[in-house]
Design a binder for this molecule. Structure first.
Ligand code: CA
Length: 228
């Protein structure tokens, strides 16, 4: 039994996969775009990801690269393209295995078991769920954060704020959402957020006028993304 993330935009393929994997007593979550997949893996620990290459928002190779930027979870590529050169490139880029569509559920199950056996054999220790954005590396389990290899000395709130934003790279988060998620408050003072953001900025070695990672969009919210 494994927890599986299915990334597939075709509704028909998606529901068939969910049904068969659930019948095989796996826990399944599914999304239809690469960006949703990134958000999911940053928040939930999966045992394996099944990634369709033909997604509406990002090219499959690009999606894989971004996934690899945030997680070491095993990825099985599901591709309609029978293109050997591309498959080899993806395996080199961090895919663990691949299946060419259409594939049978038995075939998928066999590949999944093999990938899971391999990743479980790698060690009893839980897989690393370090979030990486540019030179930032954030380990939510150990509550440690590094910038360009140097450990950051953050307060609890600063860490929570950084980890929350880094879990959604490039996504503008509204202040209200930050209050609810980081401060667990349904309403509050915008200033609280601004003050913590400015402390966090200083520790990241940047300023509001010259942002690198933290970008404030006036009246909208805040986003964290790798420096351009
Ligand atoms: Ca597709």
């Amino acid at each position: 039994m494994a927890s599986v993330l299915v990334v597939e935009d075709d509704q028909f393929v998606r529901s068939a996969l969910i049904r068969h994997l659930s019948e095989a007593s796996h826990t399944v979550r599914s999304v239809g775009t690469a960006l949703e997949a990134l958000r999911e893996v940053a928040q939930v620990g999966f045992d394996v990801v099944i990634l369709d290459l033909g997604l509406p928002d990002l090219d499959g190779a690009e999606a894989l690269k971004m996934l690899r930027g945030v997680t070491d979870v095993p990825v099985i590529i599901a591709t309609a393209r029978d293109d050997e050169a591309e498959i080899i490139r993806l395996l080199n880029d961090g895919a663990d295995d691949y299946l060419t569509k259409p594939f049978s559920v038995d075939h998928l199950s066999a590949r999944m078991s093999a990938v899971l056996r391999r990743s479980r054999a790698l060690g009893a220790e839980p897989p690393s769920r370090v979030i990486r954005v540019g030179g930032l590396a954030i380990d939510p389990l150990r509550r440690q954060a590094e910038l360009d290899g140097a450990e950051l000395d953050l307060t609890r709130r600063e860490f929570d704020l950084l980890a929350f934003l880094a879990g959604r790279p490039g996504v503008v988060v509204a202040r209200r959402e930050l209050l609810a998620e980081v401060w667990q408050q349904s309403y509050g003072d915008d200033q609280t957020i601004d003050v913590h953001l400015s402390w966090l900025r200083r520790k990241l070695g940047e300023t509001a006028a010259k942002p690198r990672y933290l970008h404030t969009l006036r009246g909208v919210g805040v986003k964290l993304e790798p420096p351009q």
